[in-house]
Design a protein around this ligand. Structure first.
Ligand code: SF4
Length: 288
C-alpha cells in the first residue's frame, strides 16, 4: 500500500496545480511538500517489504502490484500477466519505453498492431510524429517515459472494455508512482477520459491542467489523429508547451486557450484550415 503521507502530499500538490491554494495549511508549503514526499520504497518497508516476483499470487493481485518497488519487477509481472482476457490474443505485452527517472510521462490508449508485434509503445508514423512533437518542446524521447493505459492490444484495435481497464489499472498507477513525473501527458480521448475520470470530450479537456493521483496532467490529441487532421497540430503543440511549463515549475492557470484554439473541432467534425505549425515542426502531419 502507498504511504498515506504520499497521498497527502499528492492531494496538496493537486490543489496547488488547480490554483486552489486555500487548501494549504499555514506554513511554507514547499517545505511541507518536501517533508511529506517519500520514496516509493518507504511504504513497502513500513509494511514489511514488497513481495518478490516468485511470491506473487497468480499474475499478482492489485495490492501486490501496487507494492512492487521497482520498474523492472513491475515489467516482469506485467509481462506474465493473465489478469484479463487480452492475454489470450496478445503477441507481446507492451509495458513501456523510457526511463523511470523521466520528468515527463506520456500515456496513450492501448497497443496497436505494430506495438503488439514489437512490444514498444508509440512506434510507426504516429510514434515518429510524437517524437518530433516532444523534441519541439524540449522533451527528447530518451528523457520521457511512454506507456499505455492497457498493456495488451485489444483484438482488431477495438475500444478497451471497462473490465480490461479495471484489471490493468494497477500497472498504470504503479508506473506513475514509480516515475513520479513532474507532468503527465495523456494522448487521445480515451487516455484523457480514463485518467481524468470523465466523459467530457477532448475538446474541453485539452488546453488546461488536470490531476491524476496527485500529479499534474495535460490532455491533447493522439499523434495518429494529427496524421489524419494536420490542422490539430498547432493546438497539440500548445498543449505540449503547457506541459513544458508545468515541468519547469510554472504552474499555469486552469485555462490557457486562446480565441482561435476554441475553434478546434471535435473528432469527426471537419477540421479547421490547417494553421502553420511552429517553424521547428516541418512535418505538417503528412510525411512522417
Ligand atoms: S491488458 Fe493488462 S490486465 Fe490484461 S492481460 Fe494485459 S497486462 Fe494483464
Amino acid at each position: 500500500m502507498t504511504d498515506p503521507r504520499e497521498h497527502v502530499a499528492r492531494y496538496l500538490w493537486g490543489r496547488e496545480v488547480l490554483d486552489e491554494p486555500e487548501y494549504f495549511l499555514a506554513g511554507d508549503r514547499g517545505e511541507l511538500l518536501k517533508t511529506l514526499r517519500v520514496g516509493p520504497g518507504a511504504a513497502s518497508a513500513a509494511s514489511g517489504g514488497p513481495p518478490g516476483l516468485g511470491q506473487l499470487s497468480r499474475s499478482g493481485s492489485r495490492e501486490e502490484i501496487l507494492a512492487i518497488e521497482d520498474m523492472e519487477t513491475l515489467g516482469q509481472v506485467a509481462g506474465a500477466c493473465t489478469r484479463c482476457s487480452l492475454h489470450q490474443t496478445r503477441t507481446k505485452v507492451v509495458f513501456a519505453d523510457g526511463t523511470a527517472a523521466a520528468r515527463v510521462l506520456c500515456v496513450g490508449e492501448a497497443p496497436g498492431a505494430n506495438e503488439d508485434r514489437t512490444g514498444v509503445p508509440f512506434v510507426g508514423r504516429a510514434g515518429q510524429l510524437l517524437d518530433r512533437l516532444l523534441v519541439s518542446v524540449g522533451f527528447p524521447r530518451s528523457e520521457v517515459f511512454i506507456c499505455n493505459v492497457l498493456k495488451c492490444r485489444p483484438p482488431g484495435n477495438r475500444n478497451p472494455l471497462p473490465e480490461e481497464i479495471e484489471k490493468c489499472s494497477p500497472f498504470m498507477l504503479r508506473q506513475v508512482e514509480l516515475v513520479s513525473p513532474a507532468v503527465i501527458i495523456a494522448f487521445g480521448t480515451f487516455a484523457a477520459q480514463t485518467l481524468i475520470g470523465t466523459k467530457d470530450s477532448l475538446r474541453h479537456l485539452r488546453g488546461r491542467t488536470h490531476v491524476y493521483e496527485g500529479f499534474p496532467l495535460v490532455a491533447t490529441y493522439h499523434p495518429a489523429a494529427l496524421l489524419r487532421n494536420p490542422g490539430w497540430t498547432r493546438p497539440s503543440w500548445l498543449d505540449l508547451q503547457l506541459a513544458r511549463r508545468i515541468a519547469d515549475g510554472d504552474h499555469a492557470p486552469r485555462t490557457l486557450r486562446s480565441e482561435d484554439e476554441r475553434q478546434v473541432p471535435e473528432a469527426g467534425e471537419a477540421p479547421q484550415p490547417a494553421q502553420p505549425p511552429p517553424d521547428q515542426l516541418s512535418f505538417g502531419g503528412r510525411d512522417v
